[in-house]
Design a protein around this ligand. Structure first.
Ligand code: AMP
Ligand code: ZN
Length: 291
């Protein structure tokens, strides 16, 4: 499979980005985000990297060093956000407290915190688009996890592009929603539009691509990702072929427009932090408020 060609086609088909856009890529230091920034740069997009230093000891230190070297070698600007400076705590402390208090698992907490920081910093850096390295396997896992949890509606925003209005995809965002000037302004002000150019790209093919390019990165999974539902789902999905993963994601995409019609909630501004939110208070403030 030619991942470069697939990324170019996904961007074109779903109108994910323009060459004039300022593209901020959320860089974890893993194979997915490194491949996507490299490919988009090669395709001629104006890319910069944004990395959250999660302060996970040696693991984070190595990721930081490797991303600084990678971005320098490829002439890509890089911003590193220090989580402790940002939140006053490291991720391990936050997760431990929330596990005890609310029985929230690590990956949920980390996801909420990363999304909040990435959105805030992408806006600060003037991003037109915020790219993440989510791949086909991540998306197939999401569909199945939501189904198994009995909450298919959690996938209502599933798309190669979320959180914006300009997307002219076959499943255009909020196609039914009457846009008031106020809600348009909120979206423009509040959300850096997130795009996922690897939405249809299988994880094993991305790994092969990264290795073929000899990217000097860590291929290990996050050291904190254990004992969670996502990890279990990932394990039992190992027996599913890429063709089947694609079918899971594409068939779910066919359902999304109808799910949205019935279930779209208007985007609000969080009362506490001013970031975009589906409720009065955003998930980030809900979890951080109890620390
Ligand atoms: P994960 O949730 O770890 O599978 O990561 C999914 C995507 O989120 C990655 O491909 C990155 O685009 C982004 N991401 C994850 N961790 C970080 C981080 N520490 N800094 C910046 N972006 C991240
Ligand atoms: Zn908030």
């Amino acid at each position: 499979m030619n991942i470069e060609k697939q990324v170019a086609e996904t961007i074109k088909k779903y109108k994910l980005a323009k060459k004039s856009d300022k593209i901020i890529v959320a860089l974890s230091g893993g194979k997915d985000s490194v491949s996507v920034i490299y490919i988009m740069k090669k395709l001629g997009y104006n890319v910069s990297g944004l990395m959250i230093d999660l302060k996970l000891g040696k693991w984070s230190e190595i990721h930081n060093e490797k991303m600084i070297a990678f971005c320098e070698a490829n002439n890509i600007p890089l911003t590193i956000v220090d989580l402790k400076k940002e939140l006053g705590q490291g991720i391990c402390f936050i997760k431990a407290v929330l596990k005890k208090q609310k029985n929230l698992t690590g990956c949920t907490v980390c996801g909420i915190i990363k999304r909040w920081i990435l959105n805030k910093w992408a806006k600060k850096l003037g991003a037109d688009k915020l790219v993440t390295g989510h791949n086909l396997d991540d998306e197939a896992q999401n569909v199945l996890m939501n189904f198994l949890k009995g909450n298919v509606l959690l996938g209502v925003n599933s798309s190669p592009a979320t959180g914006g209005k300009e997307v002219g995809s076959p499943h255009a965002e909020y196609p039914h929603q009457k846009e008031t000037q106020k809600s348009l302004d909120i979206k423009r002000a509040g959300f850096a539009q997130r795009i996922k150019p690897l939405f249809f790209s299988p994880e094993d093919e991305i790994r092969k691509y990264a290795k073929s390019k000899k990217f000097d990165i860590l291929y290990d999974k996050c050291p904190c990702a254990f004992g969670t539902y996502r990890v279990d789902t990932r394990e039992w999905m190992e027996g599913i072929s890429n063709k089947e993963k694609l079918a899971i994601v594409e068939n779910f995409q066919k359902l999304v427009p109808n799910l949205r019609k019935e279930n779209m909630t208007e985007l609000k501004i969080c009362k506490k932090c001013g970031e975009p939110s589906r409720g009065e208070v955003c998930n980030f403030c809900k979890i951080m408020g109890s620390l």
